[in-house]
Design a protein around this ligand. Structure first.
Ligand SMILES: Nc1nc2c(c(=O)[nH]1)N[C@H]1C(S)=C(S)[C@@H](COP(=O)(O)O)O[C@H]1N2
Ligand SMILES: [Mo]
Length: 320
């Protein structure tokens, strides 16, 4: 078995977004109007539809990352390991029809149809700070269902202590799940402690910028936990199971000394190969003259007031 080593991310190796996006726009222009259907804007976006969401109080007062960046600079290894792979390779992926199984230690296990979920549960707009473990960040307007609302519906048993999540496996539509080089074992899996899962900030996102999720962002439904590193935000979820024991999570399986279960954003605990003290806020100045801005990383990604209490008495260096 080849052991996959995530590429070392030095800031000098990262393509600045403005350069990266200008190159994409150049390629798009070069493709010409006649070939418009293969242009960047079309990849993976065909099914995005307007979504109705209630405003919520959870809105950070910082400039939002331009939609173009949120939908073209992604991590979604099922479609490839480069940041542009998800937008370029995910157009054939079909996020409908779709069901999510919610089972395990619950009174009422259920299979939810995605469109019924969107119609029946409250969908709220939340503007969240998002922080990737690779030390870049964005501010994203998500539309989502509080995970607690879904959990209430299935009635967790007293013995349930954790929530396990699973991504779809569909190699016919996910090129990263085929071929000789596969970066990880599928399905991609993640987990939360039940109290983290029930926290009001924890969202099952079904939309972005007022539209249904695009494939590259985890259509049709993905997890968003804004005080944790981005890898906790598992995409294209097909199963949510309540468990007694701590579930496995994909990046921890891959490199246990580098990626923990908790993954709370913490400027004081460096990744073994890079500092977490600062981050690059992508698209700081807007898409067209935009540049990445270096800024300090905040404990719990700025959500300490809301969530620090969940970890009272825990050693966050050990439980990283
Ligand atoms: N199934 C799955 N979910 C995933 C990933 C992935 O590779 N596969 N990458 C994670 C990582 S590392 C990050 S930073 C976020 C990125 O979400 P975004 O592309 O919507 O910004 O998705 C997370 N969820
Ligand atoms: Mo990430």
């Amino acid at each position: 078995m080849p052991v996959y080593r995530p590429p070392r991310i030095a800031s000098s190796e990262i393509t600045p977004e403005d350069v990266y996006l200008n190159r994409r726009r150049f390629m798009q222009a070069a493709a010409g109007a006649a070939a418009g259907s293969i242009a960047l804007g079309a990849a993976g976006t065909a099914r995005a539809e307007p979504l109705t969401a209630k405003p919520s109080a959870y809105k950070v007062n910082e400039p939002m990352t331009p939609e173009k960046i949120v939908t073209s600079y992604n991590n979604f290894y099922e479609f490839g390991t480069n940041k542009a792979d998800p937008v370029n390779n995910s157009a054939p992926f079909k996020p409908r029809p779709w069901t999510v199984v919610v089972d395990g230690l619950v009174n009422k296990p259920q299979t939810f149809d995605i469109d019924k979920m969107i119609a029946e549960f409250p969908v709220e707009e939340r503007v969240y700070r998002m922080r990737c473990v690779e030390a870049w960040s964005m501010v994203i307007p998500w539309d989502g269902i509080p995970l607690a609302a879904l959990l209430d519906k299935v009635e967790p048993l007293g013995s349930a202590k954790y929530v396990a999540f699973e991504t779809i496996v569909r190699p016919e539509e996910m090129p990263g799940q085929t071929g000789l080089f596969q970066p990880m074992k599928w399905p991609y899996v993640e987990g939360l402690r039940l109290d983290e899962a029930r926290h009001p900030l924890t969202l099952l996102a079904v939309g972005l910028y007022g539209q249904t999720l695009k494939n590259q962002n985890g259509a049709p439904i993905r997890l968003v936990v804004p005080w944790k590193y981005g890898f906790k935000g598992i995409k294209s979820i097909v199963r949510i199971s309540l468990t007694e024991h701590q579930p496995p999570n994909s990046w921890n399986i891959l490199q246990p000394n580098e990626y923990g279960f908790y993954a709370n954003v913490n400027p004081e605990v460096d990744h073994p190969r890079w500092s977490q003290a600062t981050e690059r806020r992508l698209g700081g100045g807007g898409f067209f003259g935009g540049s990445a801005e270096q800024r300090p990383t905040l404990p719990f990604n700025g959500y300490a007031e809301e969530v620090a209490g969940l970890y009272a008495g825990m050693d966050l260096r050990k439980n990283f």
